[in-house]
Design a protein around this ligand. Sequence first.
Ligand SMILES: Nc1ncnc2c1ncn2[C@@H]1O[C@H](COP(=O)(O)OP(=O)(O)O)[C@@H](O)[C@H]1O
Ligand SMILES: [Mg+2]
Length: 406
Amino acid sequence: MHSRHPWRESTDNFRDPEVISGTGSERSVPGGIPGAGTDEEVRTLSAELLVRLQDAHAFDPAPRHADLWRHHVPFDAMKGTGRCEAALDRALRRGERVALVGQSGAGKSSVTAHVLGPLVEGLAPLAVPVAIEDRSIAVDPVAFAGHVVQTVARYVRHAHPADQGRVDRIVKGRTPRRLSKLSITPQWLGASVELTAELASASAADPARRPGQEVIEQAREILDVIASHGLRPVLVLDDTDTWLSGIAGTEAAQIRAGFFGRITRLLAEELAHAAVLAVHENYLRTAEYSRSSGFIDTTIRLPAVPDAAAIGAILEHRVGQQVRRFTLDQVITADALERLLAHYQRGRGRDIRRRVLYVAHTALARACDDAAETIQAVHIDVAISECAPEVAARVRPAPRRDPARG
Ligand SMILES: Nc1ncnc2c1ncn2[C@@H]1O[C@H](COP(=O)(O)OP(=O)(O)O)[C@@H](O)[C@H]1O
Ligand SMILES: [Mg+2]
């Protein structure tokens, strides 16, 4: 079975948990000789591993966007196909407009972060937030194009701060702000001073002061500059699912109509470079979404996590960022994984965030409360009753209450 799960290789066949981060004195296994301790010692050390994972928020259901790529286990590896990450990569390299379809929490941002992550070569992702205060950006092609220009201008200002700040520092004796800490510069831009200079000049004119058609040409020119450096620019529109809730129904429908009608057309016909759009599954059934037909080249639906081993792989990958040597059975039992899989499958939404990670995160805390050695099925059950009481009521009529916690 392990050969089907290539992500497991690096952590197989080790017994003692060894902490990656932190100082040597924090190592959870002094000595680290497998099987050397008494039963009592081994038990304590396993419980310590869980506490350490909890302290590190190892199963954080909503990690920082910038960290998503680190946590990603490819669906292609889980399923032994090339229909998800590999398909997205191929389509973007062909310069297509791609809809990545899935419910909230199904992994749209995670897949995008994996395919366009910091280690990617040849692709130049440009994150373009669209669900922002200025609603016109989501519905008006000129406003959207201007937003692309300004996004690039902002990237450029943050790139190579050392070069830009040199004169200031010499002349005025000012200490430059620590831009590196604030920097939102993508890796591909930081790597080339020439590209940065060309983009600085292409984005210099203020779109607010130009006629609409010129703004669209300016955005197109910026993408062409990136392409002329041998990179495939990719516009990333990852926050479109906010028009599903949170704003009044008619207004949300108007925004969706504008976005899927006009902005996808702009992407396909006028900007004519690759783009990936996160598309909430519920949009597919709406009349507004059908306006994008003809402008979207490829639709990729996120697959479901197929089995308990794959759930285990997602958790194992998270644990692997905190400790180097461990086996998954030191963290969670096979029964507990099955319980987690069943809960995930009972939800219709393939929601990894709420149905896997949130439950695992809560179960980890309950296992720590019990000073347990591993996360067991009972901890998953308690966590489900805390995370999704309506589901627990159907499955487990009498949820366990811990008197110590009231
Ligand atoms: N294939 C995967 N491997 C590991 N973690 C995943 C995977 N897909 C989703 N996740 C995790 O599930 C949570 C939700 O994923 P996200 O991409 O934010 O969902 P969406 O963008 O569809 O709402 C995140 O914590 C993410 O790390
Ligand atoms: Mg997302």
